[in-house]
Design a protein around this ligand. Structure first.
Ligand code: HPA
Length: 235
C-alpha cells in the first residue's frame, strides 16, 4: 500500500486509466469492466480493477491539477508497478480546428506549472506522449471514425488565471490546441520512470466561444474516449 492508495500491490493492474473525477472512475468500472474489485476509497479517490475483453485493467481517480495527479501517478508506478498510464480527461479548446466533443490525442504538453522548473532548474524538458500509444490511438481513432485531432496541450496550473488571455495568445501562436491541468506531469513522470503514457481529452468547453457541452453530451463523448483508450491499450 501507499499513503494515498490503500490496497495490496497485486490489486492494481499494470495498465491504469486515469480520469480526474473519481465518480468517472466508478462509472468506467461499472460500465466497461467485469469482475470488478474496488481497491481504494481513501479521500473518496476511488480505484477499481477489473477486466475488459479479458484484459486486466485498473481505473484510478486523480483529482485536478498536477500536484494531485502526481501523487496518484507516482504511487501507482512506484508502489504498485504500473507500466502504462492513460489519462482520460477533458480540455478547453483554443483552436478553430478542434471542436466541442472532439477528442484530442495529446502529443506534447506545454506548461506554466511549477513542478518541472523545481525539478530541472533551467533545463526545459519537453514532455511528450509515448509514441507507441500515440500511434495506436491515432490509428484507432481513424478506424473508429471518431472526430479527433493530434496536437499539443497547454497544461495550466490555474483554472482561474488573471493572465489567461495572454497565455492563450502565446499558446495559439505556437499551434497548441487546448488546455488541461495534468498532462505535462504525466508525460514527465513517464519519461523519468521509464513507463508508457498517453493523454486523451474530450473537448468540454471552448476558450474561443465560451460554449460548454451539455452534461448529457458530456457522458456520451466521455464514453467514446474511454472506448478509444481501451481499444488503444488492448489490441
Ligand atoms: N481549463 C483548464 N482545464 C480544463 C479546461 C479549461 O478550460 N476545460 C477542461 N479542462
Amino acid at each position: 500500500m501507499s499513503i494515498h492508495i490503500v490496497a495490496d500491490k497485486d490489486q492494481v493492474a499494470d495498465t491504469v486509466l486515469l480520469p480526474g473525477d473519481p465518480l468517472r472512475a466508478r462509472h468506467i468500472a461499472q460500465t466497461y469492466f467485469t469482475d470488478v474489485v474496488q481497491y481504494n476509497e481513501i479521500r473518496g479517490m476511488y480505484g477499481y480493477t477489473g477486466y475488459w475483453n479479458g484484459n486486466r485493467v485498473s481505473v484510478q481517480g486523480t483529482g485536478m491539477g498536477m500536484p494531485s495527479f502526481s501523487i496518484y501517478a507516482q504511487e501507482l508506478i512506484d508502489t504498485f508497478g504500473a507500466k502504462r498510464l492513460v489519462r482520460i480527461g477533458t480540455c478547453g479548446t483554443m483552436s478553430p480546428s478542434l471542436n466541442l466533443k472532439d477528442i484530442l490525442i495529446a502529443q506534447g504538453a506545454d506548461s506554466d506549472g511549477g513542478m518541472n522548473p523545481s525539478r530541472f532548474g533551467s533545463y526545459q524538458f519537453a514532455p511528450t506522449a509515448s509514441f507507441n500509444l500515440l500511434e495506436r490511438a491515432y490509428q484507432k481513432a481513424k478506424s473508429l471514425g471518431l472526430s479527433y485531432a493530434v496536437g499539443n496541450v497547454f497544461t495550466s496550473d490555474q483554472f482561474y488565471d488573471i493572465h489567461g488571455e495572454q497565455k492563450k495568445k502565446i499558446a495559439q501562436s505556437l499551434g497548441t490546441m487546448a488546455v488541461d491541468m495534468e498532462t505535462s506531469e504525466l508525460y514527465t513522470l513517464a519519461h523519468m520512470k521509464g513507463i508508457e503514457a498517453l493523454t486523451l481529452l474530450t473537448v468540454s468547453d471552448s476558450l474561443l466561444s465560451g460554449e460548454q457541452i451539455p452534461s448529457i453530451d458530456r457522458q456520451n463523448t466521455f464514453n467514446a474516449m474511454v472506448e478509444l483508450a481501451l481499444h488503444t491499450l488492448f489490441k
